[in-house]
Design a protein around this ligand. Structure first.
Ligand code: FM0
Length: 324
């Protein structure tokens, strides 16, 4: 009863920001992402009826506390689905350096769900696997697929219609992403706490939600036409709207630091100089820059030169779940 799965992280171009139900992770809006080749997690799950509790090793080290509880709680969902009361040993290796500014939770929970479901003998299709993965971490449900994927929020209270679907496969378009790693301390407000506070208290949250359906429709038509300017503009504006909601929260907060603004300004300058590039930012200070392959060298050099930039990691579109 052992299986190993590999999942890549994803970057949201239309952000998931807000939950309508926390316990089973149901979002307030649809979101859309690109799966990235450069950052991934490989996880092995072994169930054994002789185990007396779950154990979790990350990069070779035994994990305890809250991260362990999240993994063990997620294994409970898999056990419930399979109707088997059996504990597991989980071994994960992360190729998503936390310092790269990607939450490892997206690739982490996608790989855990896939390996866990397979190891316990569940035969899930992609939708079922995405729905299961969602309950570990919302953004992870999009990492089941390669290329572009959309998480449909759904409307049912039990979450049965809340899962991701593929939008365009990895071969559709070689859209690149540069992860710009900034010299910053760990984020102080987790995405979980940040979105909760925003939903509960920001007067801008209603405006954020109102803008989603047009952004989503337009970006999908841009992706289909491989219209870089259209996709980039919408992604950048959608990210700014998400971050604007945090300034209206009580108490207010922002994920940005000074260098975040410097990188945003550099991206605008690149555009003014005829090099198409757009930014997006998740629940942290680091910036992801969207660009096309022909501009890779210039983009890379320009971003690396910014004071306060520690590293620039380049990535192509990535594949969905694979089993090793
Ligand atoms: O990825 O509380 O998945 O759409 O990255 O585990 O469901 O860590 F910018 C923020 C990620 C949200 C946008 O939230 O939250 C996106 C974000 P959980 P996640």
């Amino acid at each position: 009863m052992k299986a190993t799965a590999k999942a890549h992280t994803n970057i949201a171009l239309i952000k998931y920001w807000g939950k309508r139900e926390e316990s089973i992770i149901l979002p307030t809006n649809n979101s859309l992402s690109l799966t990235l080749d450069g950052f991934y997690t490989t996880t092995s799950v072994k169930f054994n009826k002789d185990f007396t509790e779950d154990e979790f090793f990350l990069d070779g080290k035994k994990v305890t506390g809250v991260p362990y509880d999240r993994v063990s709680g997620f294994l409970d969902l898999i056990r419930d689905l399979a109707g088997k009361k059996v504990y597991a040993s989980v071994e994960s290796v992360n190729e998503v350096p936390t310092a790269a500014g990607f939450a490892s939770s997206a690739s982490g929970f996608a790989a855990l769900a896939a390996a866990g479901a397979k190891a316990i003998g569940l035969e899930l299709n992609d939708q079922e696997l995405s729905r299961l993965t969602r309950q570990g971490s919302g953004s992870a449900c999009r990492s089941i697929y390669g290329g572009f994927a959309e998480w449909r929020m759904g409307f049912m209270e039990d979450g049965s219609d809340s899962y991701a679907v593929p939008v365009a496969p990895v071969e559709h378009w070689d859209l690149r992403v540069a992860a710009v790693v900034l010299d910053a301390k760990m984020k102080k407000v987790s995405s979980r706490d940040g979105m909760r506070r925003t939903v509960e208290s920001s007067p801008f949250f209603a405006g954020w939600l109102d803008s989603i359906s047009v952004d989503l429709r337009e970006i999908k038509s841009g992706i289909e036409a491989r219209d870089f300017e259209k996709v980039g503009k919408i992604a950048e504006a959608n990210c700014l709207k998400m971050h604007a909601t945090t300034l209206g929260a009580k108490p207010p907060f922002t994920y940005w630091i000074d260098t975040t603004l410097t990188v945003m300004q550099r991206v605008r300058e690149l555009r003014e100089n005829g090099i198409p590039a757009y930014f997006t930012i998740d629940a942290g200070p680091n910036v992801k820059v969207l660009y096309l392959p022909e501009n890779e060298k210039q983009i890379h050099e320009s971003l690396q030169r910014i004071p306060g930039v520690l590293d620039v990691r380049l990535s192509k579109p990535g594949h969905g779940i694979s089993y090793l």
